[in-house]
Design a protein around this ligand. Structure first.
Ligand SMILES: [Zn+2]
Length: 68
């Protein structure tokens, strides 16, 4: 793998920082959190570890729903 700067994203479930490719991207669509499987869904991206605990925390987070 090429060395260099890898953009990091923060998991909204646990707060861990990780390279963007290590996290799932979600986008708020009509107030609902939708997993962005193609990586090109327009909207504000929210990142989360690919772990059930983090995904559950994210889903329960009211802060995120209020954010937009
Ligand atoms: Zn996490």
């Amino acid at each position: 793998m090429a060395r260099g700067h890898v953009p990091e994203r923060t998991c909204r479930g646990c707060g861990r920082k990780a390279p963007h490719f290590d996290l799932l991207r979600f986008v708020l669509v009509d107030g609902k959190l939708v997993e962005d499987q193609q990586g090109n869904t327009p909207g504000r991206g929210i990142y989360c570890c690919n772990q059930l605990t983090c995904r559950e925390r994210l889903a329960k987070s009211k802060k995120i729903r209020k954010a937009d």
